[in-house]
Write a protein that binds this ligand. Structure first.
Ligand code: FEO
Length: 183
């Protein structure tokens, strides 16, 4: 008896998105490590925690694919790319990566709509909302670095920014109510 409730196309798209989310986690791990090495532990901590959020996104999709009776394929994760050249560059890269991820999410939403797979469409709405929040958070980071002087931010302004992010842990909880245990 056929128990797979996902089309091959959607299963492939969701599996790809799992890899995208894992790739995002690697990006945050790389940037967090890069910035920790520079001594900005507040920003590093913020980015390390965000890497976990990205991994949770991956797990959320993995669990959905299994739940729908389709096959999960764990693929190689692309390397995160070169380190940022500055904190400004780091935050710009984060924003760009979130916008790209939104486009990937929208593609799956479009596909589920075209196939009238309303279960997947409904599942993906969580990600649509999440991406709005993540883009807002990335914009907030860009606003903070802009106030600190953007690409020309001085050490004292970066120190304050680092402290600011270290002291406001709740800001970093992008999807704190959504974990693998509590999707
Ligand atoms: Fe899972 Fe930041 O997108």
């Amino acid at each position: 008896m056929e128990t797979n409730r996902l089309s091959n196309k959607l299963a492939k798209a969701l599996n790809n998105q799992m890899t995208n989310e894992a790739h995002n986690a690697q990006i945050f791990l790389a940037y967090a490590s890069w910035i920790s090495d520079k001594g900005y532990e507040g920003i590093a901590n913020f980015l390390f925690r965000h890497a976990n959020e990205e991994r949770n996104h991956m797990m959320k999709i993995l669990e959905y694919i299994l739940k729908r009776g389709a096959k999960v394929t764990i693929a190689a994760i692309p390397a995160p790319g070169p380190d940022p050249v500055s904190i400004n560059d780091c935050f710009e890269k984060i924003f760009k990566s979130e916008v790209e991820n939104t486009a990937n999410i929208y593609n799956i939403v479009n596909l589920s709509m075209a196939e009238k797979d309303w279960a997947t469409w409904n599942f993906m709405q969580w990600f649509v909302k999440e991406q709005t929040e993540e883009e807002t958070l990335a914009l907030d980071l860009l606003a903070k670095i802009k106030v600190a002087g953007g690409a020309n931010a001085k050490a004292d302004a970066l120190y304050t920014l680092d402290k600011d992010l270290a002291d406001t842990p709740d800001d970093a909880k992008l999807a704190q109510d959504v974990t693998v245990d509590n999707p």
